[in-house]
Design a protein around this ligand. Structure first.
Ligand code: NFE
Ligand code: MG
Length: 504
């Protein structure tokens, strides 16, 4: 029997996302993904002083603000003809690293793992771990729901095939609690150089305003050591545990197989070498990104501005009543193709680019443990594995970057804002390839366009009717019980969507 299932909103993601699934014969035939709000950051920026941009664009999101601040600065630096000095580059890498580490741990433990673990065994917990005992007491008190339902903080949940081993569930709940502390530590670590987080006042065009001191370097390094221990001994083993417990999910939720990485974390002041590699991955090959290939379609998006425009030409004119439009996300395409952004793209670009890379060694190590190959990475569980590996790569390198800071050396380069000019900045936000494109006229912003990883992933159909990557990953998936479309939400959440960012 054909049914249409609407999940609105999908919870435990950032922002509001609605998904419509057309299910027939127990299989998703078509999926439609809708970002349901307009925010208007690109319109807000028009006519403003360009120096407002890195502050305003950070407010697009509370989860990946640093990436927005950094690419906004990079786009302005392209216009001003400057690059940050070495200290500035390293400080930015460290702040962005801290933000991305906390975002990946947030996603795995607090947004995604609850799709797989059962928190019920905590109600029978008899051990003496203070976190678990406290959680049990809190559940018994019904404090989280005014007594209505004791497990309210862990809801909503569909019924389905969760982990059944009580000890494994208890372990995951314990790590869920530990992850809060590690995320708090990551925020504090980033704030050492960011001034404060999530929205940092210290990231400015030309570099960073917060100078490194011996005390701050030690503070950062000490916190990072604790975080790295968590990544190595908890996060990565837990991802392997989950992939072992749910082997089907290495086969479910396959994307188009075409991936986009812009690269991030410059290793040189010129920015010609980056820790995370860039590339377009397709059919097991990686090629360089040609930025002129990027267009944003709006045929099915609530905008009346012209479709298929490059970000330098694109405009954002809302049209809530537009015929056939079903999402407030535009549909970014590369040479007309939908591309998937995210840690999977950076990890696969790195894996294919360099046989001796740390990425390849780490990924092969994980895949060996679960009896899979890199060809299985285009999947729900593959995305979780890639995110954990990217987290470790960034954290390990941060430990080396912090030792390269030189107290007393400059942290920013001075500049003069020209009357006109245009530039762009690119990075890897936690959710993938992020770009800002800016044009100045009379020393004011004439046009500002952001093309965002979740906009790539959760885009609606494009001018040619091609579904976006998440829509495509859902189609063809068997749904055991259409009242409980657990398979679908697991697939959607593996992309770590942020709709607040995606609609911007
Ligand atoms: Ni709001 Fe973001 C990241 C950006 S969304 S979280 O990461 O850009 O895709
Ligand atoms: Mg945009």
């Amino acid at each position: 029997m054909a049914v249409s299932v609407k999940i609105d909103p999908i919870t435990r993601i950032e922002g509001h996302l609605a998904v419509r699934l057309d299910i027939d014969g127990g299989v998703i035939q078509n999926a439609y993904i809708a970002g349901e709000m307009y925010r208007g950051f690109e319109a807000i920026l028009q006519g403003r002083d360009p120096m407002d941009a890195q502050q305003i664009t950070q407010r697009i999101c509370g989860v990946c603000p640093i990436s927005h601040g950094i690419v906004s600065c990079a786009a302005q630096e392209a216009v001003y003809g400057i690059v940050p000095p070495e200290n500035g580059r390293l400080l930015r890498n460290l702040i962005q690293g801290a933000n991305t580490i906390q975002s990946h741990i947030l996603h795995f433990y607090h947004l995604a793992a609850l799709d797989y673990i059962d928190v019920q065994p905590v109600a029978e917990y008899k051990g003496n771990d203070p976190d678990l005992a406290g959680l049990k007491k809190w559940i018994e008190s019904g404090a989280g729901s005014g007594g209505l339902y004791p497990f309210a903080p862990f809801l909503p949940k569909y019924s389905g095939n969760y982990i059944t081993d009580p000890e494994l569930n208890i372990m995951f709940v314990k790590h869920y609690m530990d992850a809060f502390k590690i995320r708090s530590l990551s925020h504090r670590m980033g704030a050492v150089f960011a001034g404060k987080l999530p929205h940092s006042p210290s990231i400015v065009p030309g570099g960073v305003t917060q100078p490194p001191t011996a005390h701050k370097i030690l503070q950062f390094a000490n916190m990072l050591n604790q975080i790295r221990t968590f990544i190595d001994t908890v996060y990565i083993p837990d991802v392997i545990e989950l992939a072992t417990a749910f082997p089907d999910y290495m086969l479910i939720g396959k994307g188009y197989g075409d991936l986009l990485a812009f690269g991030a974390y410059p290793e040189t002041d010129a920015g010609d070498k980056t820790l995370l590699p860039s590339g377009i991955v397709t059919k097991g090959e990686v090629n360089d990104v040609d930025l002129f290939g990027i267009r944003e379609d709006v045929r099915y998006s609530h905008y009346s501005s012209s479709s298929a425009a490059h970000p330098f030409e694109s405009r954002t004119i809302p049209d809530p009543q537009k015929n056939k439009a079903y999402s407030w996300l535009k549909a970014p395409r590369y040479g007309g193709r939908p591309l998937e952004a995210g840690p999977l793209a950076t990890v696969m670009a790195g894996y294919l680019r360099d046989e001796k890379s740390q990425i390849r060694a780490l990924l092969d190590g994980v895949l060996k443990k679960i009896g899979r190959t890199h060809q299985d990475m285009q999947s729900t569980m593959g995305r979780h594995i890639a995110r954990a590996i990217q987290c470790k790569i960034i954290a390990d390198r941060c430990r080396e970057w912090v030792d390269l800071l030189i107290p007393g050396n400059p942290t920013f380069t001075d500049f003069i804002i020209p009357d006109s000019g245009r530039g762009f900045g690119l990075t890897e936000a936690p959710r993938g390839a992020l770009g800002h494109w800016i044009e100045l006229k009379n020393r004011k912003i004439k046009s500002y366009q952001c093309v965002i990883p979740t906009t790539w992933n959760c885009s609606p159909r494009d001018d040619n009717g091609l579904p976006g990557p998440v829509e495509h990953a859902l189609a063809g998936t068997a749904i055991a019980d259409s009242e409980n479309p657990l398979e679908a939400v697991r697939i959607v959440r593996s992309f770590d969507p942020c709709i607040a960012c995606a609609v911007h």
